[in-house]
Design a protein around this ligand. Structure first.
Ligand code: BES
Ligand code: ZN
Ligand code: ZN
Length: 457
């Protein structure tokens, strides 16, 4: 599917279907040629409402905010992909910053046309070949061709990287194991300025990563610590992303009940996200050094499995009493965070499907943001909003921290209370973030948004 910019009026371009976004429920705008029919059909122009009249698809859109443009453009693609249309045209809907909504539209077209059909014997082929964005604006804003083309490039790269991450998460657990993740990480080396190192058991032992190794013990597939780096010449700040790469989470000996286990192939979503971020950053040739560090293994059961009551020693020497083997992600991340801090990041961000408690707190669509620096949390959350991502902050406090105390080791891998589980998991991780990294670190619990079985937005 190609997205093209044409410096022409919408009427001057030929296409099978034209998309018209109806802003502010205003059916009197000059672009709406079917007002009477739309009213007859009860179309009000509400958000995500759509109506196809002849070869024009009208979609309601609340405002020119980029999130609304992305949502309504995705809705349009969802309708059109069920038709035989090969070519589509649309005008622009600029706000104060002219390129932003072209980027949002491009993202929507690519994200909205995503489908995972690897295991369907009959696949739906996507008929859409070309989408032309004409530089004629709903509010007569002038947009330069250069800005428009740059926005398409950014939007398509971001969305293609997102779809790359989705493919990794959707793959079945029989295929998606630590060795497969290694293969994918190494594949990123084909992008300019990207290198990849992969480490196995020997390295983990040398590094004293006793927590990570214990989680891997029952698996017949070896663990992998993957370290992918994008380092362009004269790079500015160093961003280090750490991803939870649990390719399957059975819960271990503290076995999950069947209905909680299903979907746990998605427990490597953090690793998919960090690899996707690195891929996007490198393809856009951003002027930053970006690292993706992945702790890849599965949490299985078997004679070698680590047990509740075991005591493990992490890379920084801290000892951990195991009281529940299902709280395994934090163990893998503990060692990976120690390793990441040694790389001297300017920003350290971990992404993990860490707790069901985060989903209870914030619901399915929202990422839980935790960390010590309010400034960093605010910056991330403001940028998330601009990107169409939902976030909510979960505040640390000294009282919850005490719930991780253990009588036998330095700390316990679970809290002694059943409340505040997302925060206590974040506070557990804090034990493995070096002092000079505390204010550079953010923990993103993505258990909610990582995997939703129904389409949304
Ligand atoms: N991978 C799960 C968390 C999870 C739950 C992700 C639901 C996505 C959806 C994690 O390893 C886990 O099992 N956490 C436990 C922690 C508990 C034992 C303290 C949980 O949330 O129940
Ligand atoms: Zn678990
Ligand atoms: Zn898990």
């Amino acid at each position: 599917m190609n997205i093209l910019i044409e410096n022409k009026k919408v009427s001057e371009v030929k296409a099978d279907i034209k998309i018209v976004l109806v802003l502010d429920k205003n059916l009197d705008h000059k672009w709406i040629e079917d007002k009477i029919e739309l009213e007859f059909l009860g179309f009000k122009g509400e958000s995500e409402e759509s109506c196809l009249i002849g070869k024009t698809l009208y979609v309601g859109c609340e405002s020119t905010n980029n999130d609304e443009i992305r949502l309504s453009s995705a809705k349009a693609i969802n309708v059109i992909k069920k038709t035989k249309a090969k070519t589509i045209k649309i005008g622009t809907y600029a706000n104060e910053c002219p390129g932003v909504n072209i980027k949002a539209m491009s993202e929507a077209f690519i994200l909205g046309s995503y489908a995972y059909e690897e295991y369907k014997s009959k696949k739906n082929t996507l008929n859409i070949e070309t989408i032309t964005i004409c530089l004629e604006d709903y509010n007569d804003v002038e947009i330069s061709e250069t800005t428009a083309n740059k926005s398409v490039k950014t939007g398509t790269t971001v969305a293609t990287s997102t779809n790359f991450a989705k493919d990794l998460v959707n793959e079945i657990p029989y295929e998606m194991n630590s060795l497969k993740l290694e293969e994918i990480a190494k594949g990123l080396k084909s992008i300019k300025d990207v290198t990849c190192n992969s480490y196995g058991k020997k390295f983990l032992k040398e590094q004293g990563m006793g927590a990570f190794l214990a989680v891997n013990r029952a698996s017949h597939i070896p663990p992998r610590l993957l370290h992918v780096v994008y380092k362009p010449e004269n790079a500015k700040e160093k961003f280090i992303y750490v991803g939870k790469g649990l390719t399957y989470d059975t819960g271990g000996l503290s076995l999950k009940p069947g209905n909680h286990m299903v979907t746990m192939k998605s427990d490597m979503s953090g690793s998919a996200a960090v690899l996707g971020i690195l891929k996007g950053a490198a393809e856009l040739e951003l002027p930053y050094e970006v690292h993706a560090i992945v702790g890849a293994t599965e949490n299985a059961i078997g004679p070698e499995a680590y047990k509740p009551d075991d005591v493990l020693t992490a890379k920084n020497g801290k000892t951990i009493e195991i009281r529940n083997t299902d709280a395994e992600g934090r163990l893998v991340l503990a060692d990976c965070l120690c390793y990441a801090c040694e790389q001297k990041p300017d920003y350290l961000i971990d992404m993990a499907t860490l707790t069901g408690a985060c989903v209870v707190a914030l619901g399915n669509y929202t990422t839980g943001v935790m960390g010590h620096s309010s400034e960093l949390k605010d910056t991330l959350m403001q940028n998330a909003e601009k990107s169409g991502e939902l976030t909510g902050t979960l505040p640390f406090n000294r009282y919850l921290k005490k719930l991780l105390k253990s009588s036998i080791a330095d700390l316990s891998n679970i809290s002694s209370s059943s409340y505040g589980g997302a925060i206590t998991a974040g506070l557990f991780l804090d034990n493995f973030v070096a002092d000079d990294c505390k204010d550079k670190w953010l923990h993103l619990d993505i258990a909610g948004p990582a995997y939703v079985e129904k389409d949304w937005g």
